[in-house]
Design a protein around this ligand. Structure first.
Ligand code: GDP
Ligand code: GDP
Length: 437
């Protein structure tokens, strides 16, 4: 079920971001207009020849000296080996083969994961013989590309999808609710997980085929079974806390991919951080249900309006996630922790809710009569028919006369009407517009 991850590795300035942005440009979805979702994006959902995968730019490590660069590069390569399903190693055709490239290659040669070498900045394909020296990396046939001029990117992606692992056969168990607990180090994830599974019967399992040390924890509460995804280092605290933000982000993205419900854990004292926004944005884009947990509530001095003010602040910071319930807890004192599983169960139900077609069309008709659809060049949008073909997240297809006239703001209006009528708390909704003459 979870999409394979392709990590991009390479020295600074070889063109990683250029390639990343070029591939990203081709996918503009409605949610990307919402502030906070796309800023400084480091992952990207890509699709090529019907294969979907997630690209991660592992770059962005601050480099002050060449010494540090080498350390950072080695680290980056190891990270990619641990967390990704395939690795795209980018080198610079203009600069030629460097010793740093060779160092990285040594690390990459020691993995069984597929590695694809792309030689960037080959702006003139007649001169593609520049790439021969990169055979010395010992990582197979290098592919000449130019990210800036969009040359050969198709060939590169062909090669990438060829090497991605085939979909893991994960046993689908619709009874169990899969939960990812995400948040920055020290927000209290381990404490919360231990509280949740504390007295319950716990089975810890290694999941074959996923990240080497991913450990899932199963527990049952009031006849509902839950699995907490990748609790490695959570149930028993990991000794080393890796300092680089991207490590934990990548790991969290994977957990989100495999989950139904995401618990976004925020530290009451620190509030919502940029990293929280990124991962929450990812969960939203991926169509996952979510609950926002404000932990360490015991540490705040409170007056009668503290939770109200706090809620307003979260609604502003995570503007794209207005639908998620917010819960103030203390994993330390156990305050409201029992509400956590109730809320997980609740949003999981909302996430799988199906609306009967007749009721759905009635609601859309009512919405249209209150607020007529947009028009353009004298033509007015008509919505003929609406269906809900899918859940997780609830997905609606609107058949209309001319899809181009549909407006983002009108879709928002319809989404709000659907929420007012049916709830859908804690889950994003997907609205798809299709033309039908
Ligand atoms: P990153 O540090 O690896 O992310 O590299 P960037 O994507 O920021 O690119 C570094 C520089 O190389 C920028 O000035 C780009 O414009 C340039 N660049 C990227 N791709 C190409 C290319 O295909 N040809 C040429 N000539 N320049 C490129
Ligand atoms: P993780 O890194 O997100 O797994 O965070 P931990 O669960 O290890 O917690 C980090 C620190 O915060 C530990 O010292 C915990 O005892 C403390 N902590 C966790 N939850 C709470 C809470 O609700 N209130 C207070 N005051 N401290 C907490």
């Amino acid at each position: 079920m979870s999409k394979p991850i392709l990590a991009i590795v390479g020295r600074p300035n070889v063109g990683k971001s250029t390639l990343f942005n070029y591939i990203g440009q081709k996918r503009v979805s409605i949610v990307e207009n919402i502030p906070g979702v796309t800023r400084d994006r480091i992952y990207l959902d890509a699709e090529w020849l019907d294969r979907e995968f997630t690209m991660i730019d592992t770059g962005g490590i601050e480099i002050e000296s060449s010494d540090k660069m080498l350390t950072a590069m080695r680290y980056q390569a190891k990270l990619a080996i641990d967390e990704a399903d395939a690795i795209l190693f980018i080198v610079d055709g203009k600069v030629g083969l460097t010793s740093a490239d060779e160092e990285v290659a040594i690390i990459l040669r020691n993995t069984r994961k597929p590695v694809i070498v792309a030689v960037n900045k080959v702006d003139n394909m007649q001169k593609a013989n520049e790439i021969y020296e990169f055979y010395n990396l010992g990582l197979g046939d290098p592919i000449a590309i130019s990210a800036a001029n969009a040359l050969n990117i198709g060939d590169l992606l062909d090669e990438v999808v060829k090497r991605l692992p085939n979909d893991e056969v994960v046993e689908e168990d619709n009874e169990t609710i899969k939960v990812a607990v995400i948040g920055r180090p020290n927000v209290g994830k381990s404490s919360l997980v231990n509280r949740l599974v504390g007295e319950e019967r716990v089975i810890v399992s290694d999941v074959a085929g996923t990240t080497r040390d991913a450990i899932d924890t199963h527990f049952t509460k009031d006849d509902t079974s839950f699995v907490l995804i990748d609790t490695a280092g959570m149930r028993r605290k990991a000794k080393v806390e890796l300092p680089v933000e991207r490590y934990s982000v990548m790991r969290a993205l994977r957990a989100v991919d495999r989950s139904d419900v995401v618990l976004i854990v925020i530290d009451a004292v620190d509030g919502v951080t940029e990293q929280d926004k990124k991962i929450a944005g990812y969960a939203h884009d991926a169509g996952k249900a979510s609950v926002i947990i404000v932990n360490k509530w015991d540490l705040l001095e409170k007056d009668g309006k503290t939770s109200l003010r706090y809620t307003e602040n979260i609604r502003t910071e995570l503007a794209f996630m207005q639908y998620s319930p917010i819960l103030f807890i203390s994993a330390l004192t156990n305050q409201r922790v029992s509400r956590v599983t109730e809320l997980i169960k609740f949003v999981a139900e909302q996430h799988t809710m199906r609306i009967a077609t007749s009721v759905l069309n009635q609601v859309i008709e009512d919405a249209v009569s209150i607020n007529p659809p947009p028009s353009q060049f004298g033509r007015r949008l008509k919505i003929y028919f609406t269906t809900q073909p899918n859940v997780k997240p609830p997905t609606f297809v609107l058949f209309v006369n001319e899809p181009e006239i549909m407006h983002f703001s009108y879709l928002r209006f319809l989404e709000n009407r659907l929420r007012e009528s049916f709830g859908f708390e804690g889950t994003p909704l997907k609205l798809v517009v299709r033309g039908r003459k």
